[in-house]
Design a protein around this ligand. Sequence first.
Ligand SMILES: O=P([O-])(O)O[C@H]1O[C@H](COP(=O)(O)O)[C@@H](O)[C@H](O)[C@H]1O
Ligand SMILES: [Mg+2]
Length: 575
Amino acid sequence: MSWKETYQSWIKRDDLEPSLKEELTELEGQDSKLEEAFYAPMEFGTAGMRGVMGPGINRMNIYTVRQATEGLANFMDELDDKTKQRGVAISFDSRYHSKEFAHEAAHVLGAHHIPSFVFDDMRPTPELSYTVRHLKTYAGIMITASHNPKQYNGYKIYGPDGGQMPPTESDKITDYIRKVTDIFDVPVAKEQVLRQNGLMTLIGENVDEAYLDEVKQITINPELIREYGADMKLIYTPLHGTGKVLGNRALQNAGFSDFTMVPEQATADPEFITTPFPNPEFAQTFDLAIKLGKKQKADLLVATDPDADRLGAAVRQPDGEYQLLTGNQMAALMLNYILTAREENGTLPANAVAVKSIVSSELATKIAEAHGTKMVNVLTGFKFIADQIQSYETTKAHTFMFGFEESYGYLIKPFVRDKDAIQGIVMLAEIAAYYRKQGKTLYDGIQDLFKTYGYYAEKTISKDFPGVDGKTQMANLMTKFREEQPAAFADQPVVALEDFEKQLTTYSDGTSEKIALPTSNVLKYQLKDGTWIAIRPSGTEPKIKFYIGTSADNNEAAQQKVADFEKAIDRFIVA
Ligand SMILES: O=P([O-])(O)O[C@H]1O[C@H](COP(=O)(O)O)[C@@H](O)[C@H](O)[C@H]1O
Ligand SMILES: [Mg+2]
């Protein structure tokens, strides 16, 4: 069907959900906008389905949510009855329609006699991952668009291990979803009936408590917190999202009692009024926290994105200004602390392992090696980290210590199988206390690591390619990098090109080697001086991401190198 035919099939329906109908009527005649909404069904990317809300098959709305859930339900119908009856855990964030979508999903599952366990109010993504394991459900659904702007929503699917479904499983579900061709004809059961029949159960405080009990296990050195953490001044902002439900309780439980939530941002607000891009990767998300921090002379500011799986932080400097830490720096601090502290208290296992994505800092690899810990690299997407953890559980070959990705995602303990910013806050606060004991800050801590392991610097650069044309432009740019094969960046010769789509590393001497990771549209250039540059289209937003990782003898030199490589990339793009 052409996009126009699909559009017609929507506009002519009398029973279309009224607000979608209204929006569709407003769009009449705006062909490029309509084409975008109707040209293709939503895809499952790095983190499930994510897109702008509104009418259309390429939009998040009750019909596409029903369709996705019908696919999952059809898939579960083929499981043995006992497995199917384990049901599905469902959570949602603070966005427009999130709660409604969560309930729609439950109604579709209910029509298949699949029980659902739905949170009574918004809850963090990591808690949903935990819930799948805790309640032993077969699957999980999280309604969220994470850190995207307010127009977006999304649908993450979790498997029985509590991890977001890896490609083999999610492709299977996608096949089932594609087979649901009439999205207006998905059966939905009535909530009241489901509630009476025990097919839809509301969950909340009990699961919160169980989760928070697990979070208590994050703390490595409670005494340190008592002595140097209790009176440390912290500011926390949940950026209008789910973190506010548990972040403060987690900090309190761990013994940090002197903290304030940024009041303007401690309200669940689908407008994200104070922070239209609620992504802790962006400095602007810290504006209000910094203001409050300066007033209170707070030692540490922490921010979680609306579904509380990403964590950002800023540290008070001696001059009273705040220094933001990058995702890679926070990860380095966490990994170093976990391995050092566990070595000291004699609990570092001989088969310790840490896992990171291929586009994250090599500083962490150095730290791991120095502590006799293996570092495993996986593709972008926390589901791949979860997959590793699951395999270690089966083979017992390794003991998981830490997992992270540069995009502000960390996991400390595997009772959750996704990045967990609530765990992250507690760990980072403990590390701040550790440095405080030495009269230092987290920023000093990262400088110490640089002194020991080299001055590492990284940068992620995103270039936006919105709309239908954007997809083609991104594909063309990836082809350009593949075909024109730059021989050097900023005078540093390329010594190897890792093409994760072809699953092949080609060295400058012409030899090649297979890459043992699933196929993915990513290119990674290794340069002579140890710098790496990676390129990939984002799986959650219409962007191409460029990643630069380098190191030098001092901070300035490392930053200068990053700037030079960024310019070199830009030059290659326009050439
Ligand atoms: O957006 P979140 O926080 O749900 O996070 C999701 O997207 C991130 C960015 O992916 P991409 O670079 O493909 O856009 C991934 O790193 C992450 O594992 C995934 O869960
Ligand atoms: Mg998120």
